[in-house]
Design a binder for this molecule. Structure first.
Ligand SMILES: C[S@@+](CC[C@H](N)C(=O)[O-])C[C@H]1O[C@@H](n2cnc3c(N)ncnc32)[C@H](O)[C@@H]1O
Length: 262
């Protein structure tokens, strides 16, 4: 009998690396402020896996997790937060809201938007509005961290399958329009028994470039914007190791953390 698919479970296993995110948060924040961050605000949080992992790692940590969609928030409460125990649950605040409606929004040591989620903001006006609201709400000794991807293959329609532990993760770019830099992308999952969930998650994104994001952050009030670039191995696969850089050769795909400070 085919295994029933839980798309959120497979999503988390396929594309989320909360431990790596937290390593970067701690490393960069300690170097800038010489102390540990305690409160994170996870915008576009989905199932709040990052917030749960953050709070579970230290009794003094708290998290605020924000998403527009009730379904992943409820799933995250049931499958991530509650199983971590009530001391963890008590230190995570889930907010069901559009990040564009947060004026200015809750303060935090680190505000983050992972997995390219802000590509949903499809106009420069919306991008700057969101960045401005973060700039005015992040703590005075705070950082804003966003994840971005790009590269020559990011703008080519096609399917890329990646083997994961016990299943195949499929990334599909259905189309890319070079006139608007909009793309329609999907995530799918294939199990060894032949069960497939194609297009389990779909995204209509504006593929923002790094200079566009850097310029928008500065216009929104961030004084410093730094880029941390993921290294690749000889096969072009990401190593999970990041280093700060200002000049790179283009790659088929690249992934960065952008770290901004007011
Ligand atoms: C690609 S998922 C990211 C989930 C998770 N943060 C991660 O790193 O994988 C994007 C999430 O952003 C949420 N979202 C989209 N637009 C939003 C908005 N304007 N305000 C808040 N959340 C939004 C969606 O509901 C979805 O759960």
């Amino acid at each position: 009998m085919a295994v029933p698919f839980d798309p959120f479970e497979y999503y988390q296993k396929a594309v989320q690396y909360p431990a790596s995110d937290i390593d970067i948060f701690l490393d960069v924040y300690r170097k800038v402020y010489d102390r540990d961050p305690l409160l994170i605000r996870e915008d576009f949080c989905g199932t709040a896996l990052l917030s749960t992992t953050w709070v579970t790692g230290d009794d003094a940590r708290r998290a605020i997790a924000i998403d527009l969609d009730r379904e992943p928030l409820d799933w995250g409460l049931e499958h991530n937060i509650r199983p971590a125990g009530s001391p963890v649950e008590e230190r995570i605040e889930l907010i069901h809201a559009d990040v564009l409606d947060l004026e200015p929004g809750p303060s935090a040591d680190i505000v983050c938007a992972m997995n390219f989620s802000f590509n949903i903001l499809d106009t420069r006006e919306k991008l700057i509005r969101y960045f401005r609201s973060v700039a005015t709400s992040v703590a005075a000794d705070g950082l804003f961290v966003v994840e971005l991807f790009g590269g020559t293959e990011a703008i080519v329609a096609g399917i890329e399958d990646r083997e994961k532990d016990g299943f195949t993760y499929r990334w599909e770019t259905e189309w890319f329009n070079p006139i608007t830099n909009r793309a329609r992308c999907h995530i799918g999952f294939l199990l060894p028994d032949g069960t497939a969930m194609e297009r389990a998650f779909s995204y209509d994104w504006r593929l923002w470039s790094l200079p566009e994001v850097t310029d928008a952050l500065k216009e929104a009030g961030f004084g410093s914007v730094r880029i941390f670039w993921e290294g690749v191995d000889e096969d072009g696969a990401g190593t999970g190791e990041y280093r700060e850089t200002v000049e790179e050769e283009n790659q088929e795909t690249w992934l960065v953390y952008v770290v901004a400070k007011v």
